[in-house]
Design a protein around this ligand. Structure first.
Ligand code: R5P
Length: 292
């Protein structure tokens, strides 16, 4: 197997190759003056299995297009199997028709990748794992929550309260609790489908004078974490921390979260950012070694 570190995940791709002791295929890429993406493989892929490591955080459409072009180039030049390693899978939250007339975006993305030559896919904490069953190739999601929890454990947070910001994400808190010990729970979140505004229901949680770590898959605008932190402080939590797999951190989200009284925001290198303190390289290299 050879690794192609895509432009959006160059460092992560190189770390994975290093851990697996695999060769990387260098890639030339640029934007044409009119905005179109261009890629060229600068190494041989003939008869090789290749893994393209490319996250699809903003600018999502460009990064998806680069991934599709790399897959096309690899297939065209004789790669025998192409695995897309896409730590953050864009469009995964639009996994059904919520309002009449909408697209199921994540399924459209999967079909596009298949058409470009992708044979299998590995992603990390995709919003809902069941969407992968509808992909036209084998697709798998792995969880980085234990890695995030270990980060906090190393800092001495054993016994902290692990919290999910909504009921659907409670298994994230449960996974974290396996590493940290302590209690776990969830809040009741509501998001207005038209405005995107988040509100959090007050809920009797045993957080008084406790350190609480909120675990979520994504922090985008920070609205969810800010609303959760407010409810936790009102219930007497001592210190509140935020951890997520995909730190999209749109529009100064990190700064606004810290200003809302959260002590630290911790994310992975799924989306390279100032909060990316935990690397996915060990997790993803293990998955690739199993044979995707
Ligand atoms: C949504 O259900 C996700 O799990 C995250 O909670 C959400 O994407 C976070 O978005 P934001 O930071 O904009 O509230």
């Amino acid at each position: 197997m050879k690794i192609v570190p895509g432009p959006a995940s160059k460092q992560l791709g190189e770390k994975i190759a290093e851990l697996l002791n695999l060769e990387t295929v260098p890639l030339a890429f640029k934007r044409h003056p009119d905005g179109e993406s261009y890629v060229r493989l600068e190494g041989d892929v003939e008869n090789e299995e290749i893994a393209i490591v490319q996250t699809t955080s903003p600018p999502q459409d460009t990064r998806l297009m680069q991934l599709a072009l790399i897959a096309d180039a690899a297939k065209r030049h004789g790669a025998k199997k192409i695995t897309a390693v896409v730590p953050y899978l864009a469009y995964a939250r639009q996994d059904r028709v919520f309002l009449k007339g909408e697209a199921v975006s994540v399924e459209a993305v999967a079909r596009m990748l298949r058409a470009a030559g992708v044979d299998s896919l590995i992603t990390v904490n995709v919003h809902k794992a069941k969407v992968l069953a509808k992909f036209p190739f084998p697709a798998k999601t792995v969880s980085a929550i234990p890695l995030l929890a270990k980060y906090f454990k190393k800092k001495g947070f054993e016994g902290a309260f692990s919290l999910a910001p909504d009921k659907g994400a409670v298994w994230l808190a449960e996974e974290a609790k396996q590493v940290l010990g302590g209690e776990y729970g969830y809040l009741e979140k509501h998001r207005d489908r038209y405005t995107g505004q988040v509100s959090m229901e007050k809920k009797g949680l045993n957080v008084h004078r406790k350190t609480v770590i909120i675990f979520d898959d994504i922090i985008s605008t920070g609205g969810t974490i800010i609303a959760a932190a407010k409810v936790l402080k009102e219930q007497g939590a001592d210190k509140v921390y935020a951890a997520c797999v995909h730190p999209l951190l749109i529009e100064n989200a990190e700064k606004r979260i810290l200003e809302a009284g959260v002590e630290e925001v911790v994310g992975t290198d799924s989306v390279p950012s100032s909060a990316s303190k935990v690397s996915l390289a060990p997790l993803l290299s293990r998955e690739l070694a199993k044979g995707a």
